[in-house]
Design a protein around this ligand. Structure first.
Ligand SMILES: Nc1ncnc2c1ncn2[C@@H]1O[C@H](COP(=O)(O)OP(=O)(O)OP(=O)(O)O)[C@@H](O)[C@H]1O
Ligand SMILES: [Zn+2]
Length: 634
């Protein structure tokens, strides 16, 4: 777009602000590519792009900045180079790195006027949320799942933060459904991905990572059996690389294990017992069967094809595993192979073994294409949804830059309602949110400052804390009242230095409610200047007290139609596995409606009448059998 056209539609003041802004874009994937193009073409003067990943073939259908020749190159660097061609005068900076790395400190976040999240996982979203809160930088959070999209404007102290609303728990399956009584193809896929593959190619001492082996009286037997099987599988691993490996693994999982299950007669009173797949017979039947190639990805393979693919993928994985073992130095951790939906070898293995298990349990075969969707826990990403969501992000950022938060919105893209785009007014922070309901301060210290200077000289004397307080750096407690021996140590001895964040926790609830946690961002002073005290702590205003706990049993009022769908578990008749970061990450709001929206009036939610808000929510199906669980979220 030409600069004059932008100026005419946005006005001179906003256009100027946009040009002067320093923007951080986290994630250069589906939404990130669209956003970068929008930011550059809208005239943003400086954009920093960070992404930890490299480009994969499967990204090319929607991450339009990338071409075939970019495969395996870092996303951030390629995105920067390509976007630069759109507007050579814009300043672009790229980082091929993880945003959670400590080099990206609160101080660094402070250098931006606005941050855009275009991520695909909860951990990184949460991290950026808390960094932006600490740095006082507004964040535009976004996500999509299939046809659904969501944009949330977050400004510390003024709006809800990303963590103000509870997030959905990942999808789980009961262990016994997976190990003993699978009844749907997804159960077989989870077994192949989260049980068989890790036991053959994971770390040998570990249980499969996804197995929740928390024992209780109900599942103790199941867990004991599982451990015994794991032991047998580890024995089998010793044959890896030999001619017999395929036969040994096959006979163990499709002959011996199925025989063992068939012997559990009680389990088969109301359903058909599984059938043993005889190795010798299948070997003969598949004599002339060729390993299916990519042209067969979209049709279910025959039993013989699954058999040949099992052998072929097992050979490929064993070879890779051996190579990793040979390359590893003795002090290196044991090499492992893990499932990745974009790794053909692991995907072929999971597709073939899941289908053979489905055959044993009288179910049909699932195509490799469908297995990829189900095992990768993904709903296909839709380029149009990403593009629309990215443009909504930029529209919301205009309101933030204009300092007009009261007209900024939480925006939802939906397909089933009468209107594709719906919005809600932003809400003030949830006073019970432990992430944003904190006080923040800037702690400047001399290099020799001690814990005593902080505890006695500042927190108790200046801020009125009692002796009942503790100090944490990350997860580590560096001070508590009974840790007097630490008091004379220098802060630097605890690793506290420039850009560290430490948290002061008021533990004293004897006379009144304790203060909310105080998060201090540390800056080191220039040693040449004399200060009256070794530490000074600037806190804006008084540190608020924690809200008193509400009486239990109080009713929870609904806040708006969009929140009716619970964001944790939605049972559905659909047998699909639509869990996603949208379901996990963005979700719908669900909290007590004690705060008025920012507009100070009614909830300004614009949903066309008659639209079904619940119908198209991401579906999370949880097996209600409580005998343990397998989490398939990655
Ligand atoms: N901690 C992180 N630091 C930096 N970038 C991250 C981090 N976590 C995720 N990302 C990036 O965020 C982007 C999210 O984009 P998207 O949801 O389109 O995922 P994708 O991996 O490109 O696609 P798909 O998962 O559908 O194959 C990815 O490029 C991913 O590498
Ligand atoms: Zn919050």
């Amino acid at each position: 777009m030409r600069a004059s056209t932008i100026k005419r539609s946005l006005g001179a003041e906003l256009t100027h602000k946009i040009k002067e802004s320093r923007v951080l874009l986290v994630g250069a994937g589906g939404i990130g590519c669209e956003l970068l193009k929008n930011l550059v073409l809208t005239g943003f003067g400086e954009v920093h792009i960070i992404d930890l990943d490299t480009i994969d073939l499967s990204n090319l259908n929607r991450q339009f900045l990338f071409r075939h020749e970019h495969i395996k190159k870092p996303k951030a660097l390629v995105a920067k180079d390509v976007a630069h061609n759109f507007r050579p005068d814009v300043k672009l900076e790229a980082y091929h790195a993880n945003i959670m790395d400590s080099q990206f400190s609160v101080g660094w976040f402070k250098s931006f006027n606005i941050v855009f999240n275009a991520l695909d996982n909860l951990a990184a979203r949460r991290h950026v949320n808390s960094m932006c809160l600490a740095a006082g930088v507004p964040l535009i959070e976004s996500g999509t799942t299939g046809f659904n999209g969501q944009v949330q404007v977050i400004k510390g102290g003024e709006t809800e933060c990303y963590d103000c609303n509870p997030k959905a728990t990942p999808k789980t399956f009961a262990i016994c459904t997976i190990r003993t009584t699978p009844s749907q193809p997804i159960h077989c896929i989870v077994w192949a991905k989260s049980y068989l593959l890790p036991h053959l190619f994971g770390a040998s001492e570990e249980e499969a990572a996804e197995l929740d082996t928390t024992e209780n009286s109900d599942n103790a037997q199941e867990i004991a059996k599982l451990r015994k099987e794991a032991q047998t599988l580890r024995e089998v691993r010793k044959a890896m690389g030999t001619e017999d490996f395929f036969e040994t693994v096959f006979k163990m999982v499709f002959e011996a294990d199925i025989e063992r299950l068939r012997a559990m007669e009680d389990a088969w009173k109301t359903r058909e017992a599984p059938k043993v797949l005889a190795f010798d017979e299948l070997l003969e039947r598949s004599n002339s069967t060729v390993v299916p190639d990519s042209s067969a990805d979209q049709r279910p393979w025959t039993v013989e094809e699954n058999f040949t693919m099992f052998k072929d993928s097992l050979t490929r994985l064993s070879k890779r595993f051996k190579e990793l073992q040979d390359k590893a130095a003795p002090e290196d951790p044991e090499p492992i192979l893990t499932f990745d939906k974009d790794d053909e070898d692991t995907l072929d293995f999971v597709a073939a073994t899941a289908n053979l298990r489905a055959e044993a349990f009288h179910m049909g075969s699932t195509s490799k294409f469908d297995t990829k969707q189900m095992a990768g826990n993904i709903i296909p990403a839709i380029a149009t949804t990403n593009a629309m969501t990215a443009s909504l992000c930029v529209l919301q950022s205009f309101k933030v830059l204009r300092n007009d938060l009261s007209s900024a919105k939480m925006v939802f893209l939906e397909r089933s309602g009468q209107r594709a785009i719906n919005s809600e007014a932003l809400r003030p922070p949830n006073r019970k949110c432990e992430v944003c309901n904190v006080a923040r301060g800037i702690l400047s210290m001399d290099a020799n400052a001690t814990l005593e200077d902080l505890v006695k000289g500042v927190l108790q004397l200046d801020l009125g804390y009692s002796e009942e307080l503790s100090i944490r750096v990350g997860q580590e407690i560096v001070y508590e009242p009974d840790m007097e021996e630490n008091i004379s140590m220098k802060l630097s001895e605890f690793g506290i230095k420039h850009d560290t964040t430490l948290t002061v926790i008021d533990e004293d609830d004897r006379e009144q409610d304790p203060r909310v946690n105080l998060e201090c961002w540390v800056t080191e002073r220039n040693g040449s200047v004399e200060y009256p005290k070794p530490i000074t702590l600037e806190v804006q205003g008084e540190i608020p007290r924690m809200p008193a706990q509400k009486e239990s049993g109080a009713s929870v009022p609904e806040i708006a139609d969009a929140s009716k769908a619970t964001d944790s578990v939605i049972a559905s008749e659909q047998d699909s596995v639509e869990t996603s970061e949208f379901a996990n990450g963005l979700g719908k709001r669900k909290r007590e409606a004690e705060d008025e929206p920012l507009t100070n009036g009614h909830v300004d939610k614009k949903v066309a009448s008659g639209s079904s808000q619940t119908a198209n929510d991401a579906v999370v199906v949880v097996d209600d059998d409580e005998n343990g669980a397998i989490v398939i979220d990655d």
